[in-house]
Design a protein around this ligand. Structure first.
Ligand SMILES: [Zn+2]
Length: 107
């Protein structure tokens, strides 16, 4: 579930509302995981990044060709979803809903 991995990476590395980070940095961190499909490109992740923007986790503050810079709206917290039994990472201001698309339980 790439969306969950992206949220986890932001939580682990950029959980600070003053920090800027970009999609290339996140892809680089995703690739450190041996199980991650190494053929995935930044273009393949576009919908995922649009989703976390639409969900209200991050806002895009600058764009240079395919590189998109983001900042968090709010710091993130870790929750455990009892429905799908996974760790989920949400911005403080986001709805307390499991971001796993197949789940969507209220936390
Ligand atoms: Zn869930």
């Amino acid at each position: 579930m790439i969306l969950t991995q992206i949220r986890k990476i932001i939580f682990d590395n950029f959980n600070n509302i003053d920090v800027r980070f970009n999609n290339d940095q996140i892809l680089e961190l995703l690739r450190k995981d041996q199980n991650f499909d190494q053929s995935i490109t930044i273009d393949d992740l576009e919908t995922q990044f649009k989703k976390i923007e639409a969900d209200g986790l991050v806002r895009c503050i600058a764009q240079n060709f395919t590189t998109k810079w983001f900042k968090l709206y709010d710091s993130m917290k870790k929750f455990t979803c009892n429905s799908c039994n996974s760790d989920v990472f949400l911005g403080d201001d986001e709805s307390r809903v499991c971001p796993n698309t197949e789940c969507g339980a209220t936390l």
